[in-house]
Design a protein around this ligand. Structure first.
Ligand code: FES
Length: 282
């Protein structure tokens, strides 16, 4: 769908916040869903890229909905994107994929995120605080409102303080935020799972579900911790995506099989959110 950049501003040396006015974009999304974004090809063209939806400002009057994403400038595509200006045309497709599903009766939970995996978790925290995420007892796409908010314990990890995003969003959602960085520049010195493990062991929170998104190593470690403690874990998996809707088969991820040979699922179509027990972690 044809859209237009509203803002594209830096939030740190490596990360940027993009807002895109997208006429016809649905008025809501499920936390975890993503969009495919590409330039129309006239200036600094780049191939379609998948980005988790961070926020969506619904249409007001004649104004189009504004889809917001956070991204890290990593390679040619995101460098091209970082140079685009408000008013420039851009193509956006979505919302795509599935979303986190909140089990019925959830009283408290741990949300675990790292780096560019933080935005969908921030969207989930905001939605949980406002109790407007899909619940397990709802029909597909239905959102039950007016539920009480859940207790949120948020664990943010990164290599440096620059990778710690959206702290204000989590605080506004009423969450307790735990931070760890590998260089010790913010929060505890080390991996976020080193904080999560004792928390899961000693907390009275008793989360029946962990929600997580981040780099593969972190996801695998969180999945192992969850499995060891018998806690369900919904994980949003990252993959390189060329189409975003199941046509190119480029986003396959290996899942656990019954021994009859390797099995795969498509991150874009079957995910990006999976029960962590489904994925075959390295
Ligand atoms: Fe093309 Fe998943 S991105 S099949």
């Amino acid at each position: 769908m044809h859209a237009e950049i509203v803002f594209n501003r830096p939030i740190s040396a490596a990360y940027r916040h993009l807002g895109v006015a997208a006429p016809g974009f649905p008025g809501r999304f499920g936390p975890g869903q993503f969009v495919m974004v590409r330039s129309p090809g006239d200036v600094d063209p780049f191939l379609p890229r998948a980005f988790s939806i961070y926020r969506l400002v619904p249409s007001t009057g004649a104004a189009a909905p504004v889809v917001e994403i956070l991204y890290k400038v990593l390679g040619k595509g995101t460098r091209c994107l970082s140079r685009m200006e408000p008013g420039q045309a851009i193509e956006i497709l979505g919302p795509l994929g599935n979303s986190f599903i909140v089990p019925e009766g959830l009283g408290g939970t741990a949300l675990v995120a790292g780096g560019i995996g933080v935005p969908p978790i921030a969207a989930l925290a905001t939605a949980l605080a406002q109790s407007r995420v899909p619940r397990a007892e709802s029909r597909e796409g239905e959102v039950i409102s007016g539920q009480r908010a859940v207790r949120l314990e948020v664990f943010l990890g990164g290599k440096t303080h620059e990778d710690i995003l959206c702290v204000k969003d989590f605080e506004e959602a009423g969450a307790t935020v735990h931070i760890a960085t590998e260089d010790g520049s913010l929060g505890a010195h080390g991996l976020i799972t080193e904080i999560l493990e004792p928390f899961l062991r000693t907390s009275d929170l008793g989360p029946r579900t962990i929600f997580t998104c981040g780099p593969p190593g972190m996801l695998a470690a969180v999945a192992r911790l969850a499995e060891a403690r018998g806690v369900l874990c919904q994980t949003s998996v990252e993959a390189n995506m060329a189409c975003g809707f199941g046509a190119c088969m480029g986003c396959a991820v290996e899942v656990r099989s019954d021994g009859s040979g390797p099995r795969y699922k498509l991150v874009c179509k079957d995910g990006p959110v999976f029960d962590s027990r489904v994925i075959k972690w390295e």
